[in-house]
Design a protein around this ligand. Sequence first.
Ligand code: FAD
Length: 457
Amino acid sequence: MGSNSFATTSRHIAVIGAGAAGLVAARELRRQTHTVVVFERSHSIGGTWIYTPDTESDQLGGVDRNCNILHGSLYDSLRTNLPRECMGFLDYPFVGIEDHRRFPHHKEVLRYLQAFGRDFGIEKLVRFGTEVVGVEMGFHDKWIVKTRCVDDVIVGKQDPLPPHVAASEVYDGVVICNGHYTEPRIAEIQGIMAWPGKQLHSHNYRVPKPFADQVMVLIGASASSFDISKELARFAKEVHIASRSEDPIGTPKKLSGYDNMWIHPMIERANEDGTILFQGGYSFRVDTIMHCTGYKYHFPFLKTDDIVTVEDNRVGSLYKHIFPPSLAPGLSFIGLPWKVIPFPMFELQSKWVAMILSGQVTLPSVEDMANDVNEFYEELESIGYPKRYTHNLAGQQFKYNDFLATQCGYTAIEEWRKGMYEATSKNRIVRPETYRDVWDDGCLVEKAQNDFNLWRI
Ligand code: FAD
């Protein structure tokens, strides 16, 4: 593998999605002289960061495929969980536009992405209101992309049958940037069908008021449950968090600073009388269960004769979470890893893909890539990692980013950015209520500002 500064090949590339990943992928592809079409089924750029107060008619989200499926999963009050300095793209600092706080409101992220789209001329590459419904291999390493106009779809009732296909085009490559926070994962609960309470997934949570005076159980103890539970505690009668990490035979623990919030082991079963039994052997009556249980990777448009599969939330087999070896470099995925700083990683993944497509950088042989993936899977198995954590890069993201940067001859991730991510993670534990407004990493902010000033010159 290595750099080749001679011939540059321009290719015709389709990008699916105009969220943060699709935008930066389009920019990097253009920088490598490729021609780019970005397909976006909504009517504006920003993906996840386009907030809607609407929710789906199926509040568990997508279990009933005839419901109105919404892309976004943001709730109204959401502020970023990363400081803006480290969250932004590497060469396009996320400086204040209207909301100058370090952890701004979600609207500020959308403003930033819209500005990025404008400043790099990406908007004009996007075909809005166009959904990709088919991606399949054609002859001679080409890819066939089938699309339909979203306005053809009856609002509120997406057709689960093979859709009316409006257009079919041929590309040299397809970069998939369709996001992975739309298809909810639901916890399986014994007896749930006969349980008379309400259920929803956090994908459909927007504001706390509808839950006033209710007894709530939130399943899951990660980022969304962490934030939503605190907001709900101000309105709900009681908030109970059921966590896999709690001792299964444990008892409820009251959360400090709250007189109406507890953490529990997982749910054992739901009963017809409206009560919920916990693994600890106790039960009480509950009005609403909110599944804060994450999302599934979902590529309904992709037809690869099972070369790419999704099994227990592993998208396999992918070399470095990006390329299916035997379909590389024509098919690639940007943005699959999680527990990362997303935007800078998207940028480095995109640089690599764009440079490989142009011939500036070469990939290992198909066999070597396949061996690398197998070794990686064996390593995960040997440490007892379940398949569903394949793309969880906790503790590994900077090594991964630095690998990508090296491949592209780009500078490694800044030390202040790495330090800021670690400092924020620690601060979130020390000051769970106030980490967005009180911090100790001021010296790193100064270093970031100094770097940003260089970009402005
Ligand atoms: P998306 O933003 O989801 O964009 C995908 C795009 O693809 C969408 O516009 C969609 O309409 C389009 N699309 C999908 N399928 C098709 C199709 N078939 N045809 C055409 N178009 C299609 N990250 C942070 O850095 N900081 C945070 O504080 C943070 N908070 C978050 C909070 C929540 C609740 C969630 C859900 C995520 C959060 N994230 C955060 C992660 C966030 O998702 C990423 O930062 C990033 O925005 C994901 O970008 P993406 O482009 O991969 O996907």
